[in-house]
Ligand binder design. Structure first.
Ligand code: C2O
Ligand code: CU
Ligand code: CU
Length: 483
C-alpha cells in the first residue's frame, strides 16, 4: 500500500463518498488520523454539533432489540444479518442516512449462550465490501473478519462463533480495511452478549434490568447528516447513547446492570454518575473477581465496562445524569418503586490462572510525520507480512509503548482472538477495574503497558492494532499467526 493510495483513500473518505448528501469536508489532503488528541476533553457545552440537538432528556433511550435466531439446527443458533443503507432519527424529526445491520443504526443485540455455537449469516447489500468482526470473540481465523477477508457487494458469508468463552459483553462491527472507520462511524456496530450459566447463581440484574448502552460520538451537519471527517479537523461533539443525543432512561428504584461500550473511533470517554454509585463488575472479557466502585470510568475506543447501579437508593422522582468531560450524556429518571431480587455479591468470578510466559515481544506505536502514517514498530500494515509467529498453546508477554509524546497522541491496543491480562503500566500494577480479562487497553503517550496472553484453540492469522480506527486504517495494525 503506497502513500499516494493511502492519501487517495483518506481523501475519498473525507469527501463523504459513501452517502449521498454527506457534507464534503475539505481536509488537509488526507493527512487523516493525526489529531492532537487531548481535544477529546476540549469540547465544552452540552453536545450540540452543527445541528441543534433539541432539549436534553426528552427522547427515550432505545434499547437495541435482541435478534431472534432464524432457526436452531443441531444445537447451532442461526442468525441473519443484512448490511444496508437505511435512515434513522438521531435528532427528533430529522431523518439521517446511515448504515445499519438489519437496517438498525445500532445493530440488533445478539444474545449468545456459553457453549452453544452461533452461525451468523451476513448479506452485504452495500455497493462496497464489508465484513463482520466479533470484537473480543474467541473464534477460528476464518470467522474472525480479518480486514482483508471481506464480503463483496451482493455477497453472503457465514461466520461461525463457537461461544466457548466466559460470559462477556462483546460487540460486532465492520473491519473492511481502509473503510472500517467510516463504516463503523456510519452505524455498523452492535452488541454481542454471551450469557453464561456459570454466572446464574450470582443473581446479577438480568432481563430488562440488564441494559447495553453503546456510546459514541458524531458530527452532525445542519441538515442532520452525519459528517465523516477523518482529519485533524474532525468535530464529533455530539455524544450518542444507543444512537440518540442526550436521551433519558426511565428506571425502577432497583439495581440495574449497564453494559457500557465506547464505539467511537476516536474519543476517550471519562464517565461519572454524580448522585449514584457506579460499581464496575466486568471488563472487556467478562466478570471481575470482585466489584470495584468507580468515581470515574475511562473508556478508550472499543473498551467495555459492565457496571451495576442501584437506583433503589434514590427516591422515586429523582434524576441522575451520566456525565462525560463533554457534558451530560444520558439521564436516568427513577420513576417507580420495584421489587428487587437481584444481588451484587462481594465475590464475582475468579480469573483464570496466569501460566508462565515464554516469549516477550515489543510493540511500539508511533505516528510518522514524514509519511503521515501510523505505524507499529515503524511499519504500516501489510497483509502479506506476518509480524509475530506464535506457537499454538504458548503464553507471551507483549510490551506496548506509545512513542507519540511529541505529538501527544493517544493510542490503545487491541488483539484479536485472545483476552489478555494487563500486568502493569509503567511498572505499576493495574487498577482493580483494569485487572480483569481485557482485549483492548489504553496506552497514553509515553507510557508502556505489559499484557500477557495465551494462544490456544485456533491457528491462523489474526490482527492486532490501535483501535482509534483512523490510526489502524492507515497503518497502525499488524498481524500475528498462531502456528
Ligand atoms: Cu474492534 Cu480489530 O477490532
Ligand atoms: Cu477485535
Ligand atoms: Cu492510535
Amino acid at each position: 500500500m503506497d502513500r499516494r493510495r493511502l492519501i487517495t483513500l483518506g481523501g475519498l473518505a473525507a469527501g463523504g463518498a459513501l452517502l449521498p448528501g454527506c457534507a464534503a469536508i475539505a481536509t488537509a489532503g488526507g493527512r487523516s488520523g493525526h489529531s492532537g488528541h487531548g481535544d477529546h476533553v476540549g469540547h465544552a457545552g452540552a453536545g450540540a454539533g452543527g445541528a441543534a440537538t433539541g432539549d436534553p432528556f426528552t427522547v427515550a433511550l432505545p434499547v437495541p432489540p435482541v435478534l431472534k435466531p432464524t432457526a436452531v439446527l443441531g444445537g447451532i443458533e442461526l442468525y441473519d444479518l443484512s448490511v444496508r443503507h437505511t435512515t434513522t432519527e438521531i435528532l427528533p424529526g430529522v431523518s439521517t442516512p446511515v448504515l445499519g445491520y438489519n437496517g438498525q443504526f445500532v445493530g440488533p443485540t445478539i444474545r449468545a449462550r456459553y457453549g452453544r455455537p452461533a452461525l451468523v449469516r451476513v448479506r452485504n447489500e452495500l455497493h462496497h465490501p464489508t465484513n463482520v468482526h466479533l470484537h473480543g470473540g474467541y473464534v477460528p481465523a476464518a470467522s474472525d473478519g480479518h480486514p482483508m477477508d471481506v464480503v463483496a457487494p451482493g455477497g453472503r458469508r457465514a461466520y461461525h462463533y463457537p461461544n466457548r468463552q466466559r460470559g462477556a459483553t462483546l460487540w460486532y462491527h465492520d473491519h473492511s480495511h481502509h473503510m472500517e472507520a467510516e463504516h463503523v462511524y456510519r452505524g455498523l456496530h452492535g452488541f454481542y452478549l454471551i450469557d453464561d450459566p456459570a454466572e446464574r447463581d450470582l443473581r446479577l440484574p438480568s432481563g430488562r434490568f440488564d441494559v447495553p448502552i453503546l456510546l459514541r460520538d458524531a458530527q452532525l451537519a445542519e441538515d442532520g447528516t452525519l459528517v465523516f471527517d477523518p482529519s485533524p479537523n474532525m468535530d464529533r461533539r455530539t455524544i450518542l447513547a444507543n444512537g440518540k443525543a442526550q436521551p433519558v432512561l426511565a428506571v425502577a428504584a432497583r439495581r440495574y446492570r449497564l453494559r457500557l461500550l465506547n464505539a467511537s473511533a476516536h474519543r476517550i470517554f471519562e464517565l461519572r454518575l454524580p448522585g449514584a454509585d457506579l460499581v464496575q463488575i466486568g471488563t472487556d472479557g467478562g466478570l471481575l473477581p470482585a466489584p470495584v466502585p468507580r468515581a470515574e470510568l475511562k473508556l478508550t475506543p472499543a473498551e467495555r465496562a459492565d457496571v451495576v447501579v442501584d437506583f433503589g437508593r434514590l427516591p422515586v422522582g429523582s434524576r441522575v445524569v451520566l456525565q462525560d468531560t463533554t457534558g451530560p450524556v444520558l439521564a436516568f429518571d427513577v420513576v417507580a418503586e420495584a421489587a428487587d431480587d437481584s444481588r451484587l455479591p462481594n465475590r464475582l468470578r475468579a480469573l483464570p490462572a496466569l501460566p508462565p510466559a515464554t516469549t516477550v515481544r515489543d510493540v511500539a506505536l508511533s505516528f510518522n510525520p514524514g509519511s503521515t502514517t501510523f505505524t507499529i514498530n515503524g511499519q504500516v500494515f501489510d497483509a502479506g507480512r506476518v509480524d509475530a509467529r506464535i506457537p499454538l498453546g504458548s503464553t507471551e508477554i507483549w510490551r506496548i509503548t506509545n512513542r507519540d509524546t511529541a505529538f501527544n497522541i493517544d493510542h490503545n491496543f487491541h488483539m484479536h482472538l485472545v483476552q489478555f491480562r494487563v500486568l502493569d503500566r509503567d511498572g505499576v500494577p493495574p487498577e482493580p477495574g483494569e485487572a480483569g480479562l481485557k482485549d483492548t487497553v489504553a496506552v497514553p503517550p509515553g507510557s508502556t503497558v505489559r499484557v500477557q496472553a495465551t494462544f490456544t484453540g485456533y491457528t491462523g492469522r489474526y490482527v492486532y492494532h490501535c483501535h482509534f480506527l483512523e490510526h489502524s486504517q492507515i497503518g497502525m495494525m499488524a498481524q500475528f499467526e498462531v502456528v
